[in-house]
Write a protein that binds this ligand. Structure first.
Ligand code: MSP
Length: 646
């Protein structure tokens, strides 16, 4: 099996932003997924370097077009490694072989009578670099660029697009998967229900010189879209290159909805004119918005991939974009949204599952994967779920439903976390009779981790490489790099030695929590205090997140002078701090030493009986025989002091 996946080639009139990064991350993830399935993959991206917009941008910068395109094209090329994106080919439309291919194709289409010369007048949008029809305008303006198109009248060469209209309609109708998601297929069919006009494919050199000359008339250069779309063929060495023969039949193009028409109408009609088989699929996604508006250079509301990687890390960014956007629909970017996903999905769900499970293995079996065979318990919960998740994940990834694929994996993570709570390995470890059961529970947990390492690899390659090392597997082990060999249950070899690795995900800085929310929760606390009772009511997830709960180890305890009720606790969380707690009536200082308790770590310090308290210890309030009692909330199991609680 073979896959050829492409991104649009990006205009070099702007530096890369999150929108470009998203498409390219998707293509990279898909190509890694196909490789996981054992396929031969070619992944191509690149830059689109001709046309009015580029020539103008170069002039604005005081550079020649060539100097300018070299500079911006390398910015794109240099961005991809930062995002762990590894294309097999980076094509530039100023590459000699691409320009030769464009000229060869123009000559062929001209010779067979699909290009003709004519007078034309129409409404030209500089932003789109094409003539628009009246119907496409909104309030007389181009809806994408918010500018009125210019009325241009000139002689030009035209491509007989209309000749292939019916053939294209027939193909789309016969192949429901040709354009997906369905809404874009419907949009294209609706557009094709009206007669197609032919496509103007030249620009007179009197107006524009920065383009590929028409081979049959050098007073014209090629229209930028006719030039650009051909990259998908020239990048394979069309017509004679071996890559063209192996990959063209498997071509899948990935774009956002802004360039649907060139890809769903111009390009297939060009391919039909060349007598080639049509590409296999066109995958169309929505926009990344900032405050409801499409992120774009012209609006200036862009976020730069390099800055995002620096702030959040590459794998968190990849995970966030793929999880947050439902493929095909628009999504909104905000730092709150990315921090929320990092805290809950990554640090909390996945990070904790990994650290708890591996720490228990280290503690109870010396870090050696135990043999589950002695256990007789009918315990197929994780196994059955894992196998169903595996199927759902594969189907979703094949359909470009990345958010669904990740949702399925998180279902497994959540159940595995609950499996720990239900089976209490720390309790099993205390009873020698339960050793077989303990080994089975631990084995199941690390096997879930192995499966996650395999399946998350296309999305978070760096993290998965570390997870593989932690599980005692080499990065290239077929158990974590191939679905064929790793996509089953019970495959992690008994006796494998786990390795120590650092926490999978960095803790997210407090500064990234909204200040407005902190204020709100502070106010609520004051009200509670004055009433002397717990407020009943619903709080938002953000409000809950503003409360920083941590695990703390009590390293010293002593009574506060002149108080029976207050104890001065020194805790490690992970830095040392003092907390004054009203538990003196219920606990003696010595019995508290070494206890792992839960604290609120981000409360404003207060002074109690002259001792500054930096936080609060959580305890359950109980009524016993008419008396009130406080029971400290503790953590069982191996947890590092300072761990966040969510
Ligand atoms: N050069 C043409 C494409 C030629 S392909 C033969 C072009 N370039 S572009 O630089 O404008 O890139 C458009 C593409 O960048 C979109 O289709 C999408 O892949 C990506 N995106 C740019 N802004 C985006 C968002 N705000 N949101 C999502 N994707 C976005 O068009």
């Amino acid at each position: 099996m073979t896959t050829y996946i492409t991104t649009p080639i990006y205009y070099v009139n702007a530096e890369p932003h999150l929108g470009h990064a998203y498409t390219t991350i998707v293509a990279d993830t898909y190509s890694r997924f196909r490789r996981l399935q054992g396929e031969k993959v070619r992944f191509q991206t690149g830059t689109d370097e001709h046309g009015d917009k580029i020539a103008e941008a170069a002039t604005r910068e005081g550079l020649s077009p060539k100097e300018y395109v070299d500079r911006i094209s390398s910015l794109f090329r240099e961005t991809w490694p930062l995002l762990s994106v590894v294309p097999d080919n980076f094509i530039r439309t100023t590459d000699g072989h691409h320009m030769d291919t464009v000229q060869k194709i123009l000559q062929q289409v001209y010779d067979q009578g699909d290009i003709y010369f004519d007078e034309y007048s129409g409404l030209y949008c500089k932003g789109c670099e094409r003539f628009l029809t009246e119907k496409e305008l909104v309030d007389g303006k181009c809806p994408d660029h918010q500018i009125e198109p210019a009325e241009i009248s000139e002689q030009n060469y035209f491509f007989r697009m209309s000749r292939y209209q019916q053939q294209l309609i027939d193909h789309i109708e016969a192949n429901p998967e040709f354009i997906t998601p369905e809404r874009y297929r419907n949009e294209v069919l609706s557009f094709l229900s009206e007669p197609l006009e032919d496509l103007c494919i030249s620009r007179p050199t009197s107006r524009l010189t920065w383009g590929i000359p028409l081979p049959f008339d050098d007073s014209f250069v090629t229209y930028v879209w006719f030039d650009a779309l051909i990259n998908y063929l020239s990048g394979l060495g069309y017509p004679d290159g071996p890559e063209f023969k192996s990959y063209w039949g498997e071509a899948e193009h990935l774009i956002a909805k802004d360039i649907l028409k060139p890809h769903a109408i111009y390009w297939p009609t060009m391919i039909l004119s060349l007598g080639l088989p049509l590409y296999k699929k066109l995958h169309v996604h929505g926009y990344w918005n900032m405050d409801e508006t499409k992120m774009s250079k012209s609006i200036g509301n862009v976020v730069r991939p390099a800055e995002l990687v620096e702030a959040y890390g590459v794998d968190c960014l990849r995970y966030f974009t793929l999880r947050e956007m439902s493929f095909g629909l628009d999504a909104s970017f905000s730092s709150e949204a990315i921090v929320a996903r990092m805290n809950s999905d990554l640090a909390n769900d996945l990070g904790n599952l990994y650290s708890r499970s591996t720490a228990m293995l280290v503690k109870y079996t010396g870090g050696v994967v135990p043999d589950p065979a002695a256990d007789q318990t009918a315990d197929t919960l994780l196994e059955e779920l894992a196998l169903s998740v595996l199927t759902r994940y594969q189907e979703a990834m094949e359909d470009f439903q990345f958010h669904r694929a990740l949702q399925a994996l998180w279902e497994l993570i959540s159940v595995a976390n609950k499996y720990i709570v239900i089976n209490e390995p720390w309790a099993l470890a205390k009873d020698p009779v339960q050793e077989g059961r303990l080994h089975a529970v631990l084995y199941n947990l690390v096997e879930v981790l192995r499966l996650l390492t395999l399946l998350l690899q296309p999305v978070m390659p760096g993290t998965c490489a570390r997870m593989a090392i932690g599980l005692g597997l080499e990065g290239e082990s077929p158990l974590v790099t191939r679905l064929e060999s790793g996509g089953g249950w019970g495959l992690l070899p008994v006796g494998t030695h786990l390795q120590k690795i650092d926490a999978l995900f960095p803790r997210v800085e407090q500064k990234q929590v909204k200040p407005a929310v902190q204020k709100e929760s502070g106010q609520k606390k004051k009200k509670q205090k004055s009433k002397g009772q717990v407020a009943v009511g619903v709080i938002s997830f953000e409000q809950f997140q503003a409360v920083e709960l941590r695990v703390a180890e009590i390293v010293a305890a002593e009574p506060v002078k002149k108080s029976d009720r207050l104890l001065k606790l020194t805790v490690k969380a992970p830095e040392e701090r003092v907390i004054v707690a009203g538990i003196g009536e219920y606990y003696r200082p010595q019995e508290l030493l070494g206890m792992l308790v839960l604290i609120v770590a981000n409360l404003e310090p207060v002074s109690l009986m002259g001792v500054e308290s930096q936080g609060m210890v959580l305890a359950a309030k109980m009524e016993e025989g008419g008396e009130q009692r406080l029971v400290l909330s503790t953590v069982s199991g191996p947890v590092t002091p300072g761990s966040r609680v969510a």
